[in-house]
Write a protein that binds this ligand. Sequence first.
Ligand SMILES: Cc1cc2nc3c(=O)[nH]c(=O)nc-3n(C[C@H](O)[C@H](O)[C@H](O)COP(=O)(O)O)c2cc1C
Length: 242
Amino acid sequence: MEKTVSEAIAYRRSVRVYKNKSIDSEKVKQCLVNASLAPTSSNLQLWEFYHITNEVISSKIAEACLNQSAAKSAQQLVVVVVRKDLWRKRAKANIEFLKKIYDKEGLTDSELKRKKMAINYYGKLIPTIYNDFFGILGFIKFIIFQIIGFFKPVYRQTRLSDMRIVAHKSAGLAAENFMISMSAIGYDTCPMEGSDTLRIKQILKLPRHAEINMVISCGIRELKGIYGPRFRIPFDEVYYRI
Ligand SMILES: Cc1cc2nc3c(=O)[nH]c(=O)nc-3n(C[C@H](O)[C@H](O)[C@H](O)COP(=O)(O)O)c2cc1C
């Protein structure tokens, strides 16, 4: 039986040594479906998930993960990839989806309004935010929004670096959905950013603008694969009730 959300969160640990026992690729894939259901900025879904079950590729990626034991002893690997460059395609997919769901007779005024707003959002606002030219446009937008910001609340995160953070934030949420889903079925994971991301891109033959969000190793824990009790800063130090 699957664990509850709280049980799965409590069970999840970063596992650095896995048992030499295979895991079911279909179940891992299902956990990746759960990953794709994570919330995502503007629903642009600027992510891709590479599920590595091939041993040769796995060992190449483990090497690119600096030969960390979490990667070397893994049964399978998942690479979460950020594809900020796909924003036009994803905006278009959202527009097509919206047109389809609103493609019916007798839309109410509020439905018509919502349809127009949503299509404008993907057709005008998203291009305004995402269009850039080597970071120059983004910086100009940033300055303009800083000036507007003196007078009213405004969206300020428009620089190239800001947009990268936006895309990585959503990919991180997907990664967590994945790891919690794995934990719920008794599978273990370890997120890794300690890697040579350029080499990983080359191994996976990813395009230039793709970015590695993290590599997640997968398997079943050896007890020695959990390096000590869980440490967290006392909750009172990080919790502020306003
Ligand atoms: C973005 C990210 C990158 C991480 N990179 C590595 C890594 O390269 N190697 C590793 O062994 N653990 C890595 N970790 C795991 C953390 O060290 C671990 O989550 C932390 O120590 C807390 O332990 P816990 O996950 O068992 O609760 C990473 C975690 C995150 C979220």
